[in-house]
Design a protein around this ligand. Structure first.
Ligand code: NDP
Length: 295
């Protein structure tokens, strides 16, 4: 069941306006578990060469410096590349967030980022963290600001005091976890949804119904999953450190899933997660609570 107006998809250059005048690629590149150094740099240079223009990183991924190096090495003007990074849990709060942003921008070696995100909801600190994000945004150092892993209840709270509303909510979303309610909420509040783990970290290739649909179109399961996400008006950031898979993930603009196929995929939902559940935030693993990003 689509919860957003149907989107016209044309090419990897497609963008969506997430905040006034800020256009974000609908399909970008993730970098979680891309090792700092040559692995991240080769991924991003290959991806930029293939036409990707969106890059998602985070302080906790430990690869912001490599992301920055790739951007400087690429033969693509900085203003064409959309860079998003995130403030980690241990850095939330007003002053710590401002400091964490400065450090991240330093590692990236950039003058500004296109999007700065709260990585996980930390409800008691959201107000102070958001004030810092608004200040960073007003100073022109983050063209847009947003959140990750916020449930409607977290967004309700944030919207009750935000002067600048969140541009996006980046959440786990894939064929087995379509996030229908959250998408409806975000649609109603003008917040763009972005899917993380769109390929279920690779496990999506084992979903038989997607194999069948893929065969009908001469496409891989990964391509079917990404196309389903994009046709639903959701943006996404699949990660691969292999050029061949980057090319595969980019080649999703030359076929269309029928409404029956979209419905078949919608019906696969079983609330399966490959990552942490924001509902369990209070009980999240020690990693989530105590690990700190590099300085
Ligand atoms: P993905 O669903 O993007 O899957 C990545 C995995 O799938 C990798 O192991 C990759 O392997 C493999 N893969 C990539 N393309 C293909 C393909 N065409 N066929 C088969 N396997 C493939 O998972 P992620 O968890 O990485 O999510 C994407 C991005 O979202 C992250 O990289 C990160 O930037 C962001 N994210 C944000 C979170 C948040 O809390 N805000 C949480 C988690 C992720 P290989 O690299 O070896 O090709």
């Amino acid at each position: 069941m689509p919860v957003q107006a149907p989107v016209q998809l044309q090419s990897i250059a497609d963008r969506v306006e997430i905040a006034p005048g800020v256009l974000m690629p609908r399909l970008g590149m993730g970098t979680w578990r891309a090792e700092a150094g040559s692995e991240t740099e080769e991924e991003l240079l290959a991806g930029l060469d293939l036409g990707f223009r969106g890059i998602d990183t985070a302080a906790i991924y430990g690869n912001e410096d490599s992301v920055g190096r790739s951007i400087r090495e690429a033969r693509v003007p900085r203003e064409e590349i959309f860079v998003a990074t995130k403030v980690w849990n241990s850095d939330q709060g007003y002053r710590p967030t401002l400091d964490a942003f400065d450090a991240g921008l330093g590692r990236l070696g950039l003058r500004y980022v296109d999007l700065y995100l709260i990585h996980w909801p930390q409800p008691r600190r959201t107000l102070d963290t958001w004030r810092a994000l608004e200040e960073i945004h007003h100073a022109g150092r983050a063209r847009a600001i947003g959140v990750c892993n916020f449930l409607p209840e977290h967004l309700d709270e944030l919207l009750s005091f935000a002067n600048v509303p969140p541009a996006i909510d980046q959440v786990e979303l894939h064929p087995l976890l379509p996030q229908t309610e959250l998408r409806a909420y975000c649609d109603a509040h003008g917040i763009t949804v972005q899917a993380w783990s769109p390929l279920m970290r690779g496990a999506v290739v084992r979903v038989p119904e997607l194999v069948k649909i893929g065969m009908r179109h001469g496409k891989t399961v990964a391509q079917v999953a990404l196309r389903w996400i994009l046709q639903n008006g959701v943006t996404t950031i699949p990660k691969s450190v292999h050029r061949s898979r980057l090319a595969e993930n980019a080649a999703v603009f030359d076929f269309e899933l029928s409404s029956e196929e979209m419905e078949t995929i919608d019906a696969l939902q079983d609330e399966r997660r490959v990552g942490a559940d924001p509902k369990m935030i209070a009980r999240l693993s020690p990693f989530m609570r105590f690990v700190k990003p590099p300085r």
